[in-house]
Design a protein around this ligand. Structure first.
Ligand code: HEM
Length: 116
């Protein structure tokens, strides 16, 4: 329960920081590097709490397969966010990575709230 709560808090914070970075980059504001660093730090929390949930679900639930699929999409989403942020800082095109992001976020939330 505590781990699920920590997971929810950290992935919400990560999504907020990610969006902040995107806005800062589109407005050309300073501070993108700092927000990117905070994003990476928060990602570590998301991964650790997510791993905690995977362990919890492998031990106690009959739906453990979904927790593994959820993990893959969660990692996919974090990777796509990292790729977008790196490219935004280098002022390179991000189009295809936004497609990866959309697939990741739809899959993570659908699996997170529907199947488990
Ligand atoms: C930005 C990335 C991620 C987002 C947006 C995200 C989102 C969610 C959501 C919405 C839920 C269901 C609601 C909840 O329990 O709070 C959830 C549950 C879960 N997540 Fe993540 N997650 C992410 C990354 C990860 C990662 C990296 C892992 C594994 C290492 C993971 C493993 C899990 C597991 C096993 C559950 C099922 C437990 C449950 O439904 O309570 N997640 N996640």
């Amino acid at each position: 329960m505590v781990v699920a709560y920590a997971h929810a808090v950290s992935f919400t914070l990560l999504l907020i920081l990610f969006m902040m970075h995107v806005v800062f980059a589109s407005l050309g504001l300073n501070g993108q590097k700092t927000i990117h660093l905070l994003c990476r730090l928060t990602s570590v929390f998301v991964i650790f709490t997510g791993a905690g949930l995977v362990i919890q679900y492998s031990l106690f639930a009959h739906l453990w397969q979904w927790s593994l699929i959820k993990m893959l999409f969660g990692l996919w989403l974090i990777a796509s966010m990292e790729l977008i942020l790196v490219r935004l800082e280098k002022k390179r095109r991000t189009g295809v990575y936004w497609a990866f992001f959309c697939i990741g976020i739809i899959a993570t939330f659908t699996i997170g709230f529907t199947f488990i």
